[in-house]
Structures are given as C-alpha cells and as structure tokens.
Design a protein. Structure first.
Length: 283
C-alpha cells in the first residue's frame, strides 16, 4: 500500500503532493514501483495535528481518487469521515482506511456495510491533538488485541461483513517510543492473526523508527528511515502480514519478495531464480 498524502502538514512528506496533478502522478509512480493499493489521504493524523473540515478534505482527495481509479489503480481512501468515504467510493475507491476504527464517525459502519468495500479497522484511542496522552497500558499487546476485537465485533453488529475487515494495530497512534509500545506489538504480530482477519502493518517513517536510529543530536529525520521501514516490512511479511503501508514503495516491494523467497526456501522461483509476480488480491 503506497501512500499519497494530499496535505500540507503530514509528518514525513507534507506538501510534496498537495496538488491534484502531482498527487495523481505520484500515485501512478507508486504503482509502477510495485504498489498494489494507493492510499489517498487529505487529513494529517500526525501527533498534534488539528482536523480540517469535511469540505476541505473532500476537495483534496476526491479528484485524486477519481483520476487514479480511472487509470485502473486500486485506490484506498484514508479518512475517518463517512461522508468523505462515501464520495471516494463513488469516485472509485475500493477500500476505506479508517484510523479511528469507526469511532470518529458513527455513520462509518453504515457506509461500509452498504458499499461492500474492504475496510481497514485500526486501533485508536483518540484524535491526534491528544492521542499520545492516552498511551497508558499495563499490557499493550493484550489491550490492543482486546480493543481491536471489541471494535470489530461492534462493526459486525452494525452490519459490516467480517470478510470486509482488515485489522491494523495502529503503530504510532497512542503508542509512544519511550515505552516500546510499537516494538512490543511488532514482536507479537502473530497474535493478531488469532482475530481471524488480515493484518495491515503501517510503520513507515514513524517516530519509533527515527527514535531508534537517532543519536545524541536527536531523532533521525523521518525521510532517512526508509531502510529501517524495509526491515520492518521484511519481518512483517515473514510473519504473515496482509499488507504494509509505506511511503517508498520499491524497496518495500523488494523486501516482500525477499520474505516470500525466505519463507518458501526458494520454492516458487522460476528456472533462473527470479521471483514470480507478487500475488495481488483483496482481503
């Protein structure tokens, strides 16, 4: 899943694609580099970010989704608003990536159920302006598992088909580097498969990586964390993740191929030792 942030203030590339034409061009580039899905978002969810209006979010994402879908791209819309999700689905999006897991907008379950699109349900405890203050856990892995299960059951009770759901443990969202929350979740990633749905890992360029790689002078710049992201991708793929959400697609697509070859012990390669094309599909 390649990221296209149509925002001026996203944490790693804010403003780079804050233009419809540039955003579409970037999305097509990500597909050429190996992305199966292009995730288009119009609202930053970095820690401390303030919300934009629904009208502004729609102005940013709808034309990008429509144009990418017209090019045959499998498009995801990254939004917490049912109104934005509905317009994006009408424009051709095939997946809704909701970082709030349906908590930010009570109408989201209705929209997902009625549209039949795939739905990423992420672990979430609150909006960006105060989410890190909510990063209080006794057992982060068990609590995230329990809260994800509760949200999944709530969405199913509201009419969402279980087969539509992909789960995301929410790296970086109400998880702080100084307590190792993100690493604990990654170490125990296999436990999330016990919830019976595919798992998305979204750690690309996040602060827990920049903190890990930083030194006395401070955290490493986010854009210098792509090699570390590829390492996370390799391990996540080896543990059976359904997808990874990344900014720099090519090295991560390569990492998935490495993990697949490793897991298969070389079986499935062609006569020259080359990887077969990556399997593509819905959850």
């Amino acid at each position: 899943m390649g990221v296209v942030n149509v925002t001026p203030d996203s944490f790693s590339d804010g403003g780079a694609w804050f233009d419809t034409e540039r955003a579409v061009r970037h999305g097509l580039d990500l597909v050429r580099e190996g992305a199966d899905i292009v995730d288009v978002g119009g609202e930053s969810t970095r820690p401390g970010a303030q919300r934009v209006s629904a009208e502004e979010e729609l102005r940013r994402v709808e034309p990008v989704v429509r144009e990418l879908a017209a090019h045959g791209v499998a498009v995801s819309v990254d939004t917490m608003r049912a109104e934005v999700a509905e317009r994006a689905v009408d424009a051709g999006a095939v997946l809704v990536n909701d970082v709030s897991g349906g908590l930010a907008d009570p109408e989201m379950a209705r929209l997902v159920a009625s549209s039949g699109v795939a739905y990423v349900l992420m672990h979430w405890r609150g909006h960006s302006h105060d989410m890190q203050s909510r990063a209080v856990y006794t057992d982060v892995v068990q609590e995230v598992l329990d809260e994800l299960r509760d949200r999944m059951e709530a969405m199913i009770s509201a009419g969402v088909d279980p087969g539509q759901i992909v789960l995301d443990p929410g790296l970086g969202f109400s998880k702080v580097p100084e307590h190792g929350h993100n690493w604990a979740l990654l170490q125990e990633l296999a436990r999330f498969h016990g919830l019976g749905r595919p798992v998305l890992v979204a750690g690309s360029r996040k602060r827990f990586l920049s903190r890990l790689l930083g030194g006395a002078e401070g955290d490493r710049p986010f854009t210098d964390c792509d090699a570390a992201t590829a390492a996370v991708t390799t391990l996540a793929a080896h543990q059976g993740a359904w997808a990874v959400r990344v900014h720099d697609v090519r090295p991560n697509a390569d990492a998935v191929r490495v993990a697949a070859a490793w897991s298969a012990g070389g079986r499935g390669l062609d006569a020259a030792g080359r990887a077969e094309p990556l399997e593509r599909g819905r959850p």
